[in-house]
Design a binder for this molecule. Structure first.
Ligand code: MTE
Length: 366
């Protein structure tokens, strides 16, 4: 299990206090300015939904300029290619779903030895109510032909994804059954507002239950394929080495929990406290969350509270009365209804994905 990183935790606490002291008390924790990458300051959030300005942002390239006369092309192995304007979206059936997105590299900074990549702490995960058109509706309109295996999504953004790589757009594909799932959305609203530029205006894909890389922003083109797509963001990145040396694509979010309060390294008065946090899994509802105050030696059940939806995280509370003053190592671990248990140890991998091992929080009771 990871140990508490108290020096790092101290800087987290200072960072959170600085954020709380800002005039509006909010702001993303910036990981990179250009392209903009920022994580949600989980510890100052009180809500189940992440307000839009605090929803984490992960971009590989500069945000594309606003596109006038935007039209989405749907082509490839279909009966009739389509060209769809933004106003057309409002005449299609609308589906509204609360969905948690987590970046595959969330918690990368927990890995030891360290790996290259954005050093996310626990803030590259957020929840919004997304509204849009089921992708299936448009695929059915276009008429997907026999022999289709994947659907490819192209964003308007482009650049060199890594030194020495050619200039290319952000491209990702989905298996045809996931693309045809009625909950896979072409979203144009986030928490009741039109998508912001940062989050993919005018229309983005949202793939419920999958790590965020699948949810392609600033959609330009959708192409139905008769073969599996090979590309930088599909087969060079967002892959993980399995124990037998094979590479496996990163897909659904693995079961995980976070402690929102208390924040790491807090000093707490010797009285009862409500520990709280979130838990999620891309495979199934959360079945239980357990909490330990002794670094994982003993566990007790937390209460699952608040809204319960298939694709969004689950809030939990744990009423904790510290036995005496002193240092405590608080740990939470989640299990989903498919029986997937959050591991005590993250499986280290060189690109730093799927980091779902428990993350202890050190506190001191005075
Ligand atoms: N789509 C495009 N076009 N370009 C990108 O760089 N980043 C992906 C995905 N979609 C990306 C993209 C990744 S890695 C993540 S985690 C999510 O968008 C983040 O979505 P958000 O910035 O709205 O939180």
């Amino acid at each position: 299990m990871n140990t508490c990183k108290c020096s790092k935790a101290e800087s987290d606490r200072e960072r959170i206090e600085t954020l709380s002291a800002q005039p509006e008390g909010k702001g993303l924790v910036t990981i990179e300015e250009e392209p903009i990458i920022g994580e949600t300051p989980q510890a100052i959030l009180k809500s189940w939904l992440t307000p839009n300005p605090l929803f984490y942002i992960r971009n590989h390239y500069t945000i594309p300029e606003g596109v006038s006369d935007w039209e989405l092309t749907l082509d490839g192995n279909v009966e009739d290619a389509l060209s769809i304007a933004l106003q057309d979206f409002h005449s299609f059936p609308i589906q509204t779903l609360p969905i948690t997105l987590e970046c595959a590299g969330n918690n990368r900074s927990d890995l030891e030895p360290t790996v290259p990549g954005n050093p996310f702490q626990n803030g590259a995960v957020s929840t919004a109510i997304w509204a849009g058109v089921p992708l299936r509706h448009l695929l059915e309109r276009a008429g997907v032909k026999e022999g289709s295996v994947e659907v490819l999504f192209e964003g308007f953004d482009s650049g060199e994804p890594a030194p020495g790589e050619s200039h290319q757009p952000y491209l990702r594909s989905l298996p045809i059954d996931v693309a045809m799932h009625p909950d896979t959305l072409l979203a144009y609203e986030m928490n009741g507002e039109p998508l912001s530029r940062e989050h993919g205006y005018p229309v983005r894909l949202v793939v419920p239950g999958w790590y965020g890389m699948a949810s392609v922003k600033w959609l330009k083109r959708i192409t139905v394929l008769q073969e599996n797509f090979v590309g930088f963001f599909q087969t060079d990145r967002y892959i993980i080495e399995s124990d037998d040396g094979e590479t496996v694509p990163v897909a659904q979010m693995h079961v995980k929990s976070l402690i929102s309060w208390p924040a790491e390294h807090m000093h707490l008065p010797a009285k009862p406290h409500m520990i709280n946090g979130m838990a999620w899994s891309g495979f199934a509802h959360i079945a239980k969350v357990e909490v330990s105050d002794d670094g994982g030696k003993t566990w007790q059940s937390a209460d699952l509270v608040g809204p319960r939806y298939r694709y969004s995280w689950q809030q939990w509370n744990f009423a904790w009365t510290p036995k005496s003053s002193g240092k405590y190592t608080l740990v939470a671990r989640a299990t989903d209804e498919d029986g997937n248990e959050q591991p005590l140890e993250t499986r280290w991998n060189s690109l730093g994905y799927i980091i779902n091992g428990v993350r202890p929080v050190c506190v001191e009771v005075e």
